[in-house]
Write a protein that binds this ligand. Structure first.
Ligand SMILES: [Zn+2]
Length: 207
């Protein structure tokens, strides 16, 4: 297991919770921050397909998933620093050949939570990476961030990785078909150009 201790400050204490859960509003995602000591705490989450679908992920995009999220929660007096480490994998259709493949997840995100003395119903301007929560809110639900960060960690274009020799690992039949279609398109384009060329020649002759 990865060590979370950087130096030996007495303030730093790591707590590791192994949590497997599929529920949307699950207690496991709720951090009761008041009960935590100042310093660093680590929470480990493992989420599956049900969690993703419950949060709105498209079921055709997420055939299977086992995302491991390590949350480093650093508690200070008036703010918290959160560091999310995304790992694990998702099984998703390839944008090139259409076959499902296993895509390794890897990314990290930072978030700062600032405590305010305003009431829960007062509007506070939110920043992209800074979230303001009233001090009276003693429980922080991190499930939405976990979902969002997993989605953000996915590349826009998802295609089978290449082999070591640079050849694609896509479905061979699909690749052949794509190659044929590309050839046909190229021929069509050439025909159009030929047509345009002869039109030009005819026009020149007329002049
Ligand atoms: Zn593919």
């Amino acid at each position: 297991m990865r060590s979370v201790f950087n130096g030996c400050s007495s303030l730093i204490k790591a707590e590791t919770l192994k949590i497997s859960t599929v529920m949307k509003h699950s207690m496991e995602f709720e951090l009761a921050w008041q009960g935590l000591k100042l310093g660093e705490h680590v929470f480990e989450y493992e989420v599956g397909r049900d969690f993703m679908l419950a949060h709105g992920e498209d079921e055709t995009e997420c055939k299977d998933i086992n995302a491991k999220v390590s949350l480093k929660f650093e508690k200070h007096e008036s703010f918290f620093m959160l560091h999310f480490d995304i790992g694990g994998y998702i099984v998703t259709p390839c944008d090139r050949c259409g076959d499902d493949f296993k895509l390794n997840l890897w990314d990290e995100f930072n978030l700062i939570i600032k405590l305010t003395d305003t009431e829960a119903n007062e509007e506070i301007e939110e920043d992209a990476d800074v979230v303001f929560i009233p001090r009276s809110e003693t429980v922080i639900d991190v499930s939405n961030w976990i979902y969002e960060f997993i989605v953000l960690s996915l590349p826009l274009q998802r295609i089978h990785p290449d082999n070591e020799d640079g050849t694609p690992t896509c479905n061979e039949e699909a690749l052949k078909l794509l190659g044929k279609l590309a050839e046909q398109n190229e021929e069509k384009k050439n025909d159009i150009w030929k047509g345009l060329e002869s039109l030009k020649i005819n026009n020149n002759k007329r002049k």
